[in-house]
Ligand binder design. Structure first.
Ligand code: SF4
Length: 495
C-alpha cells in the first residue's frame, strides 16, 4: 500500500502554505485558478528575495548553482548528487533533495570539515518564526537523505550596516544566525505535519476553514477573495482596531458590524463604523481654518533598497526619489511643481534644494500622515548644509490625516482613513482608476523598472510621466479634500 506521504509531492513553500492553512494548500494544488494574481507589492518582495539570494552567492566563492528549475526536478536532483560527490565543490546553491514525497531546494549548502552547513537566505532583517519552519522542513529532508549537518543558519540582511560607498561589504551586509538548536526542537513536529497534509490532500473536498487573521500572516493568502466572496458587506471582520475583540464577537455569533450589541465597548472609530453615518465634530471648521496661506500640499515617494545604493545609507532606509507640491493661494488659484530623479545618483541633495525652492518660506505645508515629517527630518540629517532650512519646513507641516481622524467620518471610508479610501469617498472624480500607478508599492516597482530595467528612452519617459501623475494625484487630492471638508463644515454651521 502506498504511504499517504507519497500521494502528492510537497515542496517547502507548499509545506509553509499548509502550516498557514490546510485549505490554502489544498486550493494551491487542486484549484490554483482561484488564486488572485500576484500584485506589485508581492512581486517586489519576490524580486527583492531573488536579488538578495544572488548577492548572497558571492559570499561563497566557487559555489556552484543548480540552475534546473522546478519543471526539471529530476535533473536538479541528479545535478545536486553529482556536485555533492565532487569534493572540489565548496558550496552548492539551490541544491535539490527529496525525501518521502517532499522536495526542497536549499539556498546554500556549504561543505565544512567533511559535513554540510545548511544556510537559508532571506531578504528579511530578522529571524521570524516562519523561517524556523522553513529550515526545519529542509533539515528533515536533508537528514532523510543521510546528510550530516554541522550547522543550520539563517542569513539575513543586517539593517545596522552603514554603507560607506564603493563595493558592498558582504560580511557586514549579511548577518548569520545560528539556529541549529532551535531547529532541533522543531524536527519532531515535521513528519506528523507532513502526514496530516498528505492525508488532507487526498480528500475529495477542500477542508472547511473560516477566513480569519491567519489568512494574512505570515503571508497574504491569495485565496482571500475566494474564501470571503459570500461574506456580507458589513462583515464584523472589517471592524477596524483590536483583532481580539473581533474574535470574541465572532465566537458569540456576531456576523455583521450592525449586530454588535450596544453594550460592547468600542473605540471612537469603531463607534463611527457601527453607526455608519456621516459625522463631523463641531471643531472641524476651526481646524481647517488653522492653515496659513499659501497652502502647499506635499507628498514624497520613496524607495527602500535592501542593498544600499548610496554612501551613508543603511539597508531598507527610505530614500525619497520624487515629490509633488500643489500650492493654493488665498484667492483659490492653484500652482503645481514636482521633482523626479531620473539619474543614477543619490537624489537627496537635489530633492532638498528643489523642495526648499518650491515651498518657499511662507504658508502651511499640508501632508497626509507623519511620513513626510520623517522624510524631511531624514533629509535634514543627510544634507547638513540645508539642515536648518529643512527643519523649518518640518515645523510648517500640517497633517490633514490627523484632522480627518479626529473630526470627520464618512460611511464610505469603511473604517479606513487611507487616502486611497478617503479620496474616492469625498472626491469621486479624483479616484485612482484612470492612473497607471494606483498605490505606493506600484510606484516603487515602476521606479525600479524605469531606472534599472527599461532601456528604451520612450518607455522610460512614459514611466516617468506615470510616476509624476501618481504623486500629483495625491497632492491635488489633498487640495480637493480640504475644499470639500470646508464646504461640509460651513453647511453644518448654525446660521
Ligand atoms: S483565505 Fe484564509 S481560509 Fe481561505 S485558504 Fe487562504 S488562509 Fe485559508
Amino acid at each position: 500500500m502506498t504511504s499517504p506521504r507519497h500521494s502528492t509531492r510537497l515542496s517547502k513553500s507548499r509545506f509553509l502554505s499548509g502550516l498557514q492553512c490546510h485549505k490554502r494548500l489544498y486550493l494551491e494544488i487542486h484549484a490554483p485558478q482561484l488564486a488572485a494574481d500576484i500584485d506589485d507589492r508581492r512581486r517586489m518582495v519576490l524580486d527583492m528575495g531573488k536579488e538578495i539570494n544572488e548577492i548572497a552567492h558571492r559570499y561563497f566563492p566557487c559555489g556552484v548553482l543548480v540552475a534546473e528549475d522546478h519543471r526539471h526536478a529530476s535533473a536538479a536532483l541528479e545535478k545536486t548528487s553529482a556536485l555533492m560527490a565532487d569534493p572540489d565543490v565548496p558550496a552548492i546553491f539551490e541544491g535539490a533533495f527529496q525525501f518521502e514525497g517532499t522536495l526542497v531546494r536549499v539556498d546554500v549548502l556549504e561543505r565544512v570539515d567533511g559535513a554540510w552547513k545548511l544556510i537559508e537566505v532571506k531578504a528579511a532583517s530578522r529571524v521570524k518564526s516562519v523561517h524556523l519552519d522553513d529550515l526545519a522542513v529542509q533539515t528533515h529532508v536533508l537528514r532523510g537523505n543521510g546528510l550530516e549537518l554541522n550547522g543550520i543558519f539563517l542569513m539575513h540582511v543586517n539593517r545596522q550596516y552603514a554603507y560607506p560607498g564603493g563595493d558592498v561589504d558582504l560580511q557586514r551586509l549579511f548577518a548569520l544566525e545560528d539556529l541549529t538548536e532551535a531547529i532541533q526542537e522543531k524536527l519532531a513536529d515535521i513528519p506528523p505535519r507532513l502526514d496530516e497534509m498528505h492525508a488532507m490532500l487526498g480528500e475529495s473536498r477542500s477542508p472547511d476553514v473560516e477566513p480569519d487573521h491567519h489568512c494574512h500572516s505570515p503571508y497574504e493568502c491569495p485565496f482571500w477573495s475566494h474564501c470571503t466572496a459570500a461574506k456580507p458587506a458589513r462583515w464584523v471582520y472589517y471592524l477596524p482596531g483590536r483583532k481580539d475583540l473581533v474574535r470574541r464577537l465572532r465566537q458569540q455569533g456576531v456576523e455583521t458590524i450592525d449586530e454588535i450589541p450596544v453594550q460592547v465597548s468600542l473605540s471612537h472609530l469603531q463607534q463611527r463604523v457601527r453607526e455608519n453615518v456621516e459625522w463631523m465634530s463641531p471643531k472641524l471648521a476651526q481646524k481647517l481654518h488653522s492653515v496659513r496661506y499659501p497652502v502647499h500640499h506635499l507628498d514624497f515617494e520613496t524607495v527602500m533598497p535592501a542593498v544600499p545604493l548610496y554612501a551613508h545609507t543603511y539597508p531598507y532606509q527610505p530614500i525619497p526619489i520624487q515629490w509633488s507640491n500643489h500650492t493654493e493661494s488665498e484667492d483659490g488659484s492653484l500652482g503645481h511643481t514636482a521633482y523626479l530623479c531620473v539619474e543614477h545618483k543619490d537624489p537627496r541633495e537635489e530633492i532638498a534644494v528643489s523642495l526648499l525652492e518650491s515651498v518657499g518660506e511662507e504658508g502651511s505645508i499640508c501632508v497626509y500622515s507623519e511620513y513626510e515629517q520623517y522624510i524631511v527630518n531624514a533629509l535634514a540629517e543627510a544634507v547638513p548644509r540645508l539642515r536648518k532650512d529643512l527643519l523649518r519646513v518640518g515645523e510648517r507641516l500640517w497633517d490633514l490625516l490627523e484632522v480627518l481622524q479626529s473630526h470627520y467620518y464618512h460611511p464610505d471610508f469603511q473604517g479606513s482613513f487611507s487616502i486611497k479610501s478617503v479620496l474616492p469617498a469625498l472626491v469621486p472624480s479624483l479616484d485612482y482608476g484612470d492612473l497607471e500607478i494606483k498605490d505606493g508599492a506600484t510606484a516603487s516597482a515602476t521606479y525600479h523598472r524605469m531606472m534599472y530595467v527599461v532601456t528604451d528612452w520612450v518607455e522610460r519617459q512614459r514611466l516617468a510621466s506615470a510616476l509624476l501623475a501618481y504623486c500629483a494625484r495625491d497632492t491635488l487630492g489633498m487640495v480637493e479634500l480640504r475644499r470639500v471638508l470646508a464646504q461640509k463644515a460651513q453647511s453644518a454651521a448654525p446660521s
